[in-house]
Ligand binder design. Structure first.
Ligand SMILES: CC(C)(COP(=O)(O)OP(=O)(O)OC[C@H]1O[C@@H](n2cnc3c(N)ncnc32)[C@H](O)[C@@H]1OP(=O)(O)O)[C@@H](O)C(=O)NCCC(=O)NCCS
Length: 201
């Protein structure tokens, strides 16, 4: 397995892997072309950090985030908002109210950034192929993500994940040195932990 920076040719495969790794999640429900737009956003922004794990058969894992969430999300909305809405239309038509409510949240999203500190990199998503789980793919992606975050000048990495019915993922982050610094209700109903890890050279 190799861990490399993603490029444009990886975007479609990562979007498919996202659907496979996050069944039933909101972003997945927005469809492949929406996800392709989102992951292309990590590639095109200077603060984007986007890496993939490759085996002979193709991409088996990915991690994506930004070293400047406070500018990344507003920039993405400004530059690509029409593309995002256009690509979400099929999903909006299927389920108008819940999708619009969550899209509104997504439009305002800044990664739950800690207000007083601005040198944190946000790990937005990490996922691996089901058939490859438990082999250290995500562990290697995390290490590479942290190295990239340091290269971008970040001194800590933070992320959010479900607090409930998510024990293995929470155990995974804790084992990799992430400490839960807060617990909050996303969208007023989804119980989330925010984790942080200090980076050291
Ligand atoms: C969480 C995830 C990225 C871990 O990937 P991985 O390549 O299996 O991770 P590693 O092999 O480095 O480490 C395995 C550890 O991951 C955790 N883990 C979480 N979900 C797991 C799963 N479904 N299968 C295996 N391990 C899982 C466990 O702590 C496991 O340790 P254990 O074997 O002692 O239980 C992967 O399960 C995944 O893609 N899950 C769906 C997407 C997701 O929830 N992403 C994180 C939230 S943003």
């Amino acid at each position: 397995m190799i861990i490399v920076k993603a490029d444009r040719t990886d975007v479609a495969e990562v979007a498919k892997l996202h659907v496979h790794a996050f069944p039933g999640f909101f972003l997945t429900s927005l469809g492949l072309s929406f996800l392709e737009e989102l992951y292309a956003g990590f590639l095109s922004h200077p603060s984007g950090i986007f890496i993939v794990a490759k085996e002979e058969e193709g991409i088996v894992g990915f991690a994506a985030g930004t070293s400047a969430p406070e500018v990344f999300f507003p920039d993405l909305r400004r530059r690509r908002r029409f593309a995002f809405v256009f690509k979400a239309i099929p999903s909006i038509l299927r389920n108008p109210l819940p999708v619009c409510r969550k899209l509104l949240y997504a439009v305002r999203y800044r990664g739950e950034a800690p207000a007083a500190r601005s040198s944190g990199a946000l790990l937005s998503s990490i996922g691996t192929a089901i058939a490859c789980r438990g082999n250290g793919v995500a562990a290697n992606l995390m290490l590479e993500f942290e190295k990239e975050a340091m290269a971008h000048g970040a001194d800590f990495v933070y992320l959010t994940t479900d607090a409930e019915q998510n024990d293995r993922v929470n155990a995974f982050y804790r084992r990799h040195g992430y400490a839960a610094v807060s617990r909050f209700q996303q969208n007023g109903r989804r119980d989330m932990f925010r984790y942080e890890k200090q980076l050291s050279a």
